[in-house]
Design a protein around this ligand. Structure first.
Ligand code: B16
Ligand code: MG
Length: 215
């Protein structure tokens, strides 16, 4: 199968913002005396902000009013924005820019498919914006991963069929979303976490545009 486009998740694929999300949620957890573990944070990757809060409150067995949840969602995002203030191109993950350059030169279209409502800020800070033909983020979808909406909108924006797109994802929810959308998916990370992906690679180091023909 030859593909016409690559759809990239943002957090954990192009940049490592997972660490900032983790810190921001840990700070928020102090409000209800809850300490989030790294294993739990893994389960929040690719999950929307509101769904993440619901999961954390469940783990903490804490019942919050809707008003309180709204306050905490804002507080978490304020914490997060504070933590990413100094993000810059040095935080792009290894091999990413080289791979983007190769696929662009070979004529592949490039789209973003991120659950984050802060995606455009992060792309600007890291100077990644110009690479993208289409950007679909958490502001443009109504259903979060594992629903395929974010990737289907990406394919649609590019004028392509799902079968012509290949997705790069670091989270189980995102792998499931790509599969549900009828797309091939390459996991970025560990096979023990991303076993349902068509192939798992640790990162983009040494990955060539020509490798897309073998995925
Ligand atoms: P925000 P991705 C996801 O981005 C993150 O993995 C997830 O941890 C986060 O909760 C979600 O974005 C929402 O982010 O609070 O910035 O809207 O991996 O889909 O690029
Ligand atoms: Mg991600």
């Amino acid at each position: 199968m030859s593909y016409k486009a690559c759809l990239f998740d943002l957090d954990g694929v192009l940049v490592d913002t997972a660490i900032y999300h983790f810190q921001a949620w840990k700070i928020l957890g102090e409000n209800f005396n809850y300490q989030l573990s790294e294993e739990q944070n893994e389960q929040l990757k690719g999950v929307s902000r509101v769904e993440s809060l619901i999961r954390i409150l469940n783990w903490a067995s804490y019942t919050a009013t809707e008003e309180q949840k709204e306050i905490w969602l804002k507080e978490k995002n304020d914490n997060y924005l504070q933590l990413i203030t100094h993000m810059n191109p040095s935080e792009i993950l290894p091999g990413v820019v080289d791979f983007l350059g190769q696929i662009k030169a070979d004529g592949y279209k490039i789209a973003l498919g991120s659950a984050s409502k802060n995606a455009e800020i992060i792309l600007e800070k890291t100077h990644l914006t110009p690479w993208f033909d289409v950007i679909i983020d958490g502001n443009k979808v109504s259903k979060s991963k594992p629903d395929p909406e974010v990737f289907l909108k990406g394919a649609e924006g590019l004028g392509l069929l799902p079968s012509e797109c290949i997705v790069f994802e670091d989270a189980q929810a995102g792998v499931d979303a790509a599969i549900a959308g009828g797309m091939k998916v390459i996991g970025i990370g560990e096979a023990s976490v991303l076993g349902d992906a068509n192939k798992v690679i640790p990162n983009f180091v040494g990955i060539k545009s020509a490798d897309l023909l073998n995925f």
